[in-house]
Design a protein around this ligand. Sequence first.
Ligand code: PLP
Length: 417
Amino acid sequence: MVDLFEKLKMEAGPLAKYSHLPDDYFFFPKLEGEIGPHMIFNGKKVLNWSLNNYLGLANHPEVRKADADAAAEFGLGYPMGARMMSGNSKYHVQLEKELAAFVKKEDAMLLNFGYQGVISIIDAIVNRKDVIVYDAESHACIIDGVRLHMGKRFVYAHNDMDSLEKQLERATKLANETGGGILVITEGVFGMSGNMGDLKGVVELKKKYNFRLFVDDAHGFGTMGPTGAGVGEELGVQDQVDLYFSTFAKSMASIGAFVAGDKNILKFLRYTMRSQIYAKSLPMPLVIGGLKRLELLKKHPELRTNLKAIMKAIKSGLKERGFAINETQTPPTPVLFKGGVGEAANMAMDLRENYGIFCSVVIYPVVPKDVIMFRIIPTAAHTLEDVERTLNAFSALKSKLDSGFYRKEELVSVTKG
Ligand SMILES: Cc1ncc(COP(=O)(O)O)c(C=O)c1O
């Protein structure tokens, strides 16, 4: 037998082995000042590419006012219970109606957090007889939802429709034996790679196989589609997406989430989703602030146009300069380099300290051992000058990396500002 806490020290998870690095620098960094492309980090001004704020709504004056007014009127406490018991309000209902209409579904339901919402949706709609088929690069919340599933699950190779079809054949055979159904889960935009989920390909397979499709469109909502209603709209298959999900944590620059679909399924979810029935409902400022964000998202398509202009400038600039990027039409822009963790840390620090640019760096185990990934998140609030400055900085970093500069010194000694 072991002491439970002693065991945890030995098994602290893949990221814990980097926890000796300076606190608040690579992990848990503190960005200060007004939320936007230019903030303060470690006492210095930085150009920031790490905000989940695609449309730049986080600091929009109307948004700030709506949030503040709602907080002044209701505080953060109200409503004081689970939605089903004492946590409902006309604003919650209004936001659901508006979200449903926007994503062209009969009904929608607010969720307190995207992560637990996805887990709980999956948990609610399948039982041990059912089969889940899901994309291999699915977000952790989908994986955790699948882990709760008591029945069979099959994973298909990322966006690979042949692999999906093979798994659907297996799933169909099994479901015929158990008398269950099939749920396919994928994402609208994969947040790390920026790949768009091949929803057209998935929907095409509906002609041959009987399944329901659940799409997590966290990164597509507000950014993709002619009206911003997401990747289903972008690809013209929204009517074939049976359950559509998005968080408020990206384009909406807030907290909370929603799921939308046919009214009967939404009714079922309202009465069965454990994360909603047994948890307090969204506080008023998040709901009223959500209404304002949705209003602006609909009223100002130029925010999406600005985002696309920044996104295109950064992607084409990186490509012209010979960087390894994934050529996608979606905002997340990973830039890949070859190198180890030490080089990654030195590069990120050089970028922050000497070029004044803050950009999240992603290392093993999220990417393979010899890959360094800088993840640029363009927003509507960035400018073309920001893009140019960043391209120049990345070119300088690449030359230094190629010359072995970042291998010279073993990891970081960061002076706190
Ligand atoms: C694809 C995807 N799904 C779900 C979530 C979780 O949403 P939330 O932050 O609202 O918990 C995220 C991250 O925010 C995400 O990127």
